[in-house]
Design a protein around this ligand. Sequence first.
Ligand code: SAM
Length: 235
Amino acid sequence: MKQRISDGLAALGLTPPSGAVEALAEYGRLLLEQNQVMNLTAITEPDQVVDLHFLDSAALLGTANFQGKTLIDVGTGAGFPGLPLRLLEPSLRVTLVDSLGKRIHWLEELCTALHVEDTTCLHARAEELSLNRAYRDTFDFATARAVAPLNLLCELCLPYVKPGGYFLSMKSVDCQAELDSAKTAIQHLGGRLLPVYDYTIPGAGITHRVVLVEKIAPTPKGYPRRWAKIQKTPL
Ligand code: SAM
């Protein structure tokens, strides 16, 4: 795995900090080991773990400067994209959130094994946690990959971002219809759509898209709503 990670990061124009390639390889080993007994990922080939999990996550580093910033990864699952970002940018303070307690428990053990004790793992529903003032309008970045359609996802993620910060939504390149249907939600929740960021994952040769939303005003009162309401009457 190590060689593929190094080559892929170089192809993305990234220079990993000391020990990061080894830490990612160990992450991959532990992920595939735990995946035998817990449903963490549908990807079971080591090369694909590198390409579709690690390099796909790492590509986000091309969208902004993450040094010394805070980031919340909503619906993180097995830690993507938040944990690879922390391993590649050690000054980034990351909070990983998921509604599945078993995954969060495993992530806590993983962070200890990888010596990333400054990463917070939270078992919570995204739309409930941001009602707590400590998490609302606070983070420099919110990220999400494969969690929900963009119009619903905005209500889960934008409330965490402080004005001047960004919500980075990882999507496929054919997400234009999703993007169009999210425009009202973005505006309503204090966001402003920026030009999309496309990148090709080295090795896999697949092109993905990051939808970038800048937060320009605090989250209005009453948002996010309960999940049933978000789904039933999307903004
Ligand atoms: N982001 C990871 C990735 O790209 O590999 C995981 C994607 S997985 C398909 C979606 C994850 O989002 C699951 O782990 C699920 O438990 C979590 N999730 C879905 N809705 C959520 C919510 N409202 N709050 C927190 N987590 C949620």
